[in-house]
Write a protein that binds this ligand. Structure first.
Ligand SMILES: [Zn+2]
Length: 339
């Protein structure tokens, strides 16, 4: 069965669009191949709750200034919830917190990672990525470009929010007198918040469940043996178990949809098939993560996509190594995976 999209008209930047009782869709532009992000505005008893905040750039600030002045019916922002640490979600949280005098809520896992990434100096960031991606086969000019010019994260997440409040698995947030239950996604981010409203089956899924693209699963230099593929699929299967098939899913990219179970099944199958293809390549000859790129991606990749793709390639190799289906060894400073 295919997914059902109940809303196909996109809300223009700076305007809200109602998708459920007291739930409004905001769509912000992004200056990447993935050209937009969906944020959500929830009616609260005496104001509004914002879920996700947009990339920390001038264009987002201009859109927020317009929204805050004419889309909130003169009511204040009461809370700012951030699903996960990525800059298109967290980027404007600090600015909104200062501007609206509202608390920021996220998970401890996301906060710890965001803080650690922010704290690294420009040269530390470059060295870490160069060392890590170099050891996985990325070389020369490509490596220099992907390793970047410094701490790019900090430039689009400034200021960081102050003294956030933490929530985690199973917690409930009362918004407008309704319970929103927290479900945790993993793999794309360490402790990604998904918010579920039981009474009318609405799920704000962030990047954990997307309708048409698979969420990027990236191994980071600070946790080089991580297995985000297993973490991602296992947390998705737990969400499928916990939530009904007819749930209205509000994703951070793409259109709101129904068909949560089908989508999770498809994503699990997609990663299974990717693992099989990577395994097959490693059967022919020992491979590094860079060798695997054409197996996983059949398109040309820009610099940002190349970084994500390398992360994804390492993620699938680590998963196979964790399952004992390939074995990992370092030769001349290069990680090789053989079946
Ligand atoms: Zn993300």
């Amino acid at each position: 069965m295919s997914l059902h999209y109940p809303f196909t008209d996109l809300p223009p930047a700076g305007q809200r669009f109602k998708v459920a009782d007291g739930v409004y869709w905001l769509r912000f532009p992004l200056p990447f191949a993935l050209d937009h992000i969906n944020l959500w505005l929830l009616e609260d008893l005496h104001g509004w709750v914002i879920v996700d905040t947009g990339l920390g750039v001038r264009r987002s600030r201009e859109i927020w200034q317009q929204l805050l002045s004419d889309q909130l019916d003169g009511k204040p922002v009461t809370r700012i919830i951030v699903t996960h640490y990525h800059p298109d979600h967290l980027g404007m949280a600090g600015w909104l917190q200062q501007h609206c005098q509202a608390p920021v809520i996220l998970s401890q896992g996301e906060w710890q990672l965001a803080t650690a990434i922010c704290e690294a100096s420009d040269s530390q960031t470059i060295e870490r990525f160069k060392g890590f991606l170099g050891s996985h086969g990325l070389r020369g000019d490509k490596l220099d470009k992907v390793a970047g010019k410094g701490n790019g994260f900090r430039r689009v997440v400034m200021p960081m929010p102050q003294a956030p409040e933490f929530v985690g698995a199973g917690d409930r947030l009362s918004i407008n007198g309704e319970n929103w239950r927290i479900h945790i996604g993993r793999g794309h981010a360490p402790e990604h918040l998904c918010l579920y409203r039981e009474h009318d089956q609405v799920l704000i899924s962030g990047d954990q469940v997307l309708p048409t693209i698979s969420s990027n699963l990236m191994v980071r230099p600070t946790d080089p043996q991580a297995d985000p593929v297993t973490a991602f699929v296992d947390s998705l299967l737990a969400i499928r178990e916990a939530l009904p098939a007819q749930t209205l899913v509000l994703p951070a990219h793409g259109l709101p949809f129904r068909g949560l179970h089908e989508r999770i099944n498809d994503l699990a199958a997609h990663h299974d098939s990717q693992l099989e293809q990577v395994l097959d390549a490693c059967r022919h000859q020992p491979c590094n993560a860079h060798d695997i790129l054409p197996v996983l991606f059949d398109r040309t990749l820009d610099v940002q996509q190349l970084m994500f793709a390398m992360g994804e390639s390492i993620a699938h190799l680590n998963c196979l190594a964790g399952q004992g289906r390939v074995h990992r060894e370092q030769r001349d400073g290069l990680w090789l995976f053989a079946a």
